[in-house]
Write a new protein. Structure first.
Length: 226
C-alpha cells in the first residue's frame, strides 16, 4: 500500500514538474503576466464600483522606510443589494512635496482611474495633518472648492488609545534629548554612514520623529532604544 501510494505521488509530482518546465519564466513573460493580473483585478474593482449606490474613502499619507511619502486610498461602498465591498483603491508615491494640492491631484487621478463618481462619495476620512484638513490650501479646502455642490462628510481618524494615555505623561524632557541625538546623526551623511557601519547588521538606521502626521513616537523610541 505504501509503495503504491509513493509511486502515485511521484508520478503526480513529476507531471507538474514537467508542466512547470514548459512555462516560460523570462522577464518579459513574467512582466506581461503581472500586468495582465493587475488589469484583471482593476477591472473587477471598477465593476464593483460601478454598482455602488454610496461609497466612502479613507486616506492616509505616511513616509515609508525609505523616507518617501506614500498616499494610500481605501474605498468602501454598498450596492442596491446592501452588499458591502471594501478594497485598497490605490497607492501613490509623492516624490516631491506633500502639500494639499499634491494630495488632491493624486486623489483625482485615483478617482479617474477607477471611475468613481463624485456624487456617490458620502464620506472622506483623513488624518489630522494641515495638508489634509486645511480649509483653504489643504485637501479638504481644495475638494470643496472643486466640488462645491458635494454633500460629503469629512472626518478625522480616531487617535489610538495609547496616544491619549501618552498625552497624560510628561515625556518632553526624554523626547527632546532623543530627538536632538537622532537629528545630529541624520543631519550629516558622513555621520549617518559611520553610525550605520557601527551598527552593522541588526539595526540599520534610526528614524526621524514626526509629531502629528503618522504617530511615529513608538517606532522612533523603539529604534533609538534598540
Amino acid at each position: 500500500m505504501g509503495s503504491s501510494l509513493n509511486n502515485a505521488c511521484s508520478k503526480f509530482v513529476m507531471f507538474y514538474v514537467q508542466t512547470r518546465k514548459t512555462v516560460s519564466l523570462s522577464r518579459k513573460t513574467v512582466t506581461s503576466r503581472i500586468e495582465a493580473i493587475d488589469k484583471n483585478l482593476t477591472s473587477q474593482l471598477e465593476s464593483k464600483i460601478g454598482q455602488f449606490k454610496f461609497c466612502s474613502i479613507a486616506m492616509d499619507e505616511s513616509a515609508d522606510i525609505n523616507d518617501t511619502a506614500q498616499l494610500v486610498l481605501f474605498i468602501r461602498g454598498v450596492d442596491e443589494n446592501f452588499e458591502i465591498t471594501e478594497k485598497l483603491a490605490c497607492i501613490c508615491s509623492l516624490k516631491g512635496t506633500t502639500k494639499g494640492c499634491d494630495i488632491f491631484r493624486e486623489f483625482q487621478k485615483g478617482l479617474l482611474t477607477l471611475t468613481v463618481p463624485i456624487t456617490n462619495i458620502c464620506n472622506i476620512t483623513t488624518d489630522g495633518a494641515p495638508n489634509m484638513t486645511g480649509k483653504k490650501s489643504g485637501f479638504l479646502g481644495l475638494f470643496n472648492q472643486s466640488y462645491p455642490g458635494n454633500n460629503g462628510v469629512f472626518l478625522h481618524c480616531v487617535i489610538h488609545q495609547d496616544a491619549l494615555c501618552k498625552s497624560a505623561l510628561n515625556m518632553k524632557p526624554v523626547l527632546d534629548a532623543v530627538v536632538k541625538l537622532v537629528n545630529t546623526i541624520r543631519s550629516r551623511w558622513l555621520t549617518r554612514r559611520q553610525f550605520r557601519d557601527f551598527l552593522q547588521s541588526e539595526y540599520s538606521d534610526v528614524l526621524y520623529y514626526t509629531k502629528v502626521k503618522w504617530l511615529s513616537q513608538d517606532v522612533f523610541s523603539s529604534e533609538f532604544g534598540s
